[in-house]
Design a protein around this ligand. Structure first.
Ligand code: SF4
Length: 263
């Protein structure tokens, strides 16, 4: 582990989440963005280190120290996401345990699910109260086009990891799907087949509401606009998301949520 800059803040926000309320951000990754994906719409900008190798980035003690500066009274949930993929943090389980003891708040992990084929990762993630798993692709081609995964990532193994975790997890499990353009009937059918297999308790549809920074900005972890160059991404119309949500929930029986128009 490289030593962290003394001015790096591993706790940030709280930010307002349309799905989870007042969310205090926990960054287990650190000043350099690190992820096993490099999604075309990533609010962090281009990922600086794309890897599937886990390591300790931010010690749990550092997170506990930074947490002391925050008033937890208005916080609804503490959310691990931050500067990349939280399951890359080898100490994810230790961090979740420390946050349970220190905050007594529900702990949510936003993950791209790429490491869930690994039982150790599933075991650590299972300590969370809520998990929101990214699923933007219904085919290996779509995965490459939208998520631009690190070399060696296998789409069937990714799906198997989600399916196994979904069956094992005792907390609240949601699938989060970014909708970049209206879906064809064939795409809808493929997605429906996947969610019937993966059995989430909820589906959250998103569209790119946050601009993509043109260079790395730590402030991009939160959802407040910053004073730095960005690329504004094309959004899908609210009516399109609403119609898709209705179709998906009627066909699957799974509740589907999407951001309110003001987000
Ligand atoms: S998984 Fe998340 S952090 Fe990683 S590139 Fe995609 S949007 Fe960014």
């Amino acid at each position: 582990m490289n030593s962290l800059p003394t001015d790096f803040q591993s706790v940030y926000g709280p930010v307002r989440s349309w799905r989870y309320g007042c969310s205090l951000g926990i960054d287990p990754i650190g000043p350099v963005s690190v992820c096993s994906f490099n999604c075309v719409y990533c609010q962090l900008g281009e990922i600086e280190e794309e890897t599937r190798r886990r390591r300790v980035f931010v010690p749990a003690e550092r997170i506990l120290r930074d947490l002391q500066a925050f008033d937890l009274t208005p916080v609804d949930v503490v959310t691990l996401s931050g500067s990349g993929e939280p399951t890359l943090a080898l100490n994810l389980g230790e961090i979740l345990g420390a946050l349970r003891d220190a905050t007594n708040k529900p702990r949510l992990v936003l993950t791209n699910a790429t490491l869930l084929a690994d039982p150790e990762v599933r075991g650590q993630l299972a300590q969370a109260d809520r998990a929101a798993l990214k699923l933007d692709a219904w085919s290996a081609e779509q995965l490459v086009r939208v998520n631009r995964p690190a070399p060696g990532l296998d789409f069937p193994a990714l799906l198997q990891g989600i399916e196994t975790f979904s069956a094992e997890f005792g907390g609240e499990l949601a699938l989060q799907t970014m909708v970049l353009s209206p879906w064809t009937d064939g795409q809808l059918k493929s997605y429906l087949q996947l969610i019937q297999r993966l059995k989430p308790q909820e589906i959250q549809l998103n569209t790119p509401t946050r601009p993509k920074p043109r260079r790395r900005e730590l402030a991009a972890r939160g959802n407040a606009p910053g004073d730095y160059p960005v690329q504004v991404l094309k959004r899908v119309a609210g009516e399109t998301l609403a119609a898709l949500a209705q179709t998906l929930s009627q066909a699957s029986g799974i509740p589907v949520r999407y951001p309110p128009p003001e987000v």
